[in-house]
Design a protein around this ligand. Structure first.
Ligand SMILES: [Fe+2]
Length: 190
């Protein structure tokens, strides 16, 4: 939950760190593809769950339903410029996450074609999300910090807390963060 020192972008920047960690874990696991039969599909499934539920439903949900509308209310356009680019990239990320989820069962059953699709989508997701987060942190959030002042900051942080209390396909935010922690213990090189 938020503290008095949090700002609407500080909270999202912290979540970005977790999303960057999952991108690295994903690529470390996919590197096991070179050894036939050695791929850790359970860990890949956990990565896909974390990406769908934490990176997308929770984190992008906060941006799309709370931060971006606040910026739009202060004059930032919806259809062009940074918000439009971020929304487009969220959609691209959703597409890659869906492609990974769709390919996983057949890849687990030994389909080489599905494994290729899974790995391609995974690498594409990692590339996309790293570039996306760099743009958000360095461009959009810098602008947001200039545009959103008190008391809107407090109001937004309180609204974020509301999102954090939701469950995502039955999982709490803490349970989703525990998935990442378990993956990082299993793949300390990530
Ligand atoms: Fe973000």
């Amino acid at each position: 939950m938020t503290s008095a020192n949090d700002t609407p972008t500080r909270i999202l920047r912290d979540q970005h760190e977790n999303i960057l960690r999952i991108a690295t874990v994903l690529e470390v696991i996919l590197a096991g593809e070179a050894k036939p039969g050695a791929l850790d599909f359970d860990a890949l499934e956990d990565c896909v769950s974390f990406i769908r539920l934490y990176a997308d439903a929770l984190h992008h949900g906060k941006e799309e339903t709370l931060l971006f509308p606040e910026l739009e209310s202060r004059g930032m356009p919806h259809d062009v410029g940074p918000i439009a680019v971020m929304l487009h990239e969220h959609q691209q990320g959703r597409g890659y996450a869906r492609a990974m989820a769709d390919a996983l069962p057949a890849a687990r059953d030994g389909s080489g074609e599905a494994l290729r699709a899974l790995a391609d989508a995974g690498h594409a997701y990692a590339d996309l999300i790293r570039a996306h987060i760099m743009k958000e942190n360095n461009v959009l959030f810098e602008m947001a910090d200039q545009m959103i002042d008190e008391p809107a900051c407090r109001t937004l942080c309180a609204a974020y807390d509301g999102v954090c209390r939701h469950t995502f396909e039955g999982r709490t935010m803490a349970e989703l963060e525990a998935i990442l922690e378990r993956l990082l213990e299993k793949y300390p090189q990530a």
